[in-house]
Design a protein around this ligand. Structure first.
Ligand code: DHB
Ligand code: MG
Length: 220
């Protein structure tokens, strides 16, 4: 099957199950108009994350990598009253787009968007209430470090989801010089060696090509 066919199926299922929503549609459009590449999660994936957070009852969500704010909107909408989403973005121009999209969705009261490299802003979050749900979707070379922070900032019972762990299949290339591939491989080994989490990876295909999510439950 080709990416065209995967995309057709995404369109078919999303037309049936992912309701059109003005704020999300505008967020995608505004991101494209601002020249951001089309690397945000697809609508069906955004809804998948939203449902994961809701079924988990997450009240405090952390996102590493806000990009244009599209997944932040899906995640923030999963929060119960009194809940909050903290989202980190290194690139100021992306953060500006994200802030506008989040404001337009009426979510600025529940979203704390922090601009700066996540490795600089994550330490600011230490010592606070633990997060119930973490979504890692930032630069791939640093996924191992983000995973380490996610473990520090969560509690037993928290959920951690990592995007882009398949990288169009490149993840199996052990000798790849690509820093993203090496980042994901180092992360996978850390997960394998980490007794505090139970994890699985599922591949995804669709309008965003061939990739995957790693889902983890923090056990202790
Ligand atoms: C890229 C980043 C992502 O988070 C994604 O889902 C797809 C691609 C990238 O940096 O190329
Ligand atoms: Mg991603």
């Amino acid at each position: 099957m080709s990416e065209d066919q995967w995309t057709k199926i995404d369109t078919y299922t999303s037309t049936l199950m992912v309701e059109h929503d003005a704020a999300l549609d505008l967020a995608a459009k505004a991101s494209a108009e601002a020249g951001l590449p089309e690397i945000a999660v697809a609508p069906n994936q955004g809804k998948f994350l939203h449902l994961l957070a809701r079924t988990h009852g997450a009240r405090r969500i952390l996102e590493i990598g806000a990009f244009g704010g599209y997944s932040a909107i899906w995640l923030a909408r999963a929060l119960p009253a009194g809940g909050s989403l903290t989202t980190l973005e290194a690139e100021p121009s992306f953060a500006e787009v994200a802030r506008r999209n989040i404001d337009n969705a009426g979510l600025s009261d529940v979203v704390d968007l922090r601009v700066g490299k996540a490795l600089d802003t994550l330490p600011e979050l230490a010592g606070g209430e633990p997060f119930d749900f973490v979504f890692i979707d930032a630069d791939k070379a640093n996924i191992p470090e983000y995973f380490g922070w996610a473990l520090k900032l969560t509690r037993p019972g928290s959920v951690i989801v990592v995007d882009n762990v398949v990288l169009d299949g490149l993840v199996v290339e052990a000798d790849s010089p690509n820093p993203a591939v090496q980042g994901v491989r180092r992360f996978n080994q850390l997960v394998a060696d980490e007794p505090r989490v139970t994890a699985t990876t599922v591949q995804t295909v669709g309008s965003r090509g061939h990739d995957g999510f790693c889902l983890m439950l923090v056990e202790s």
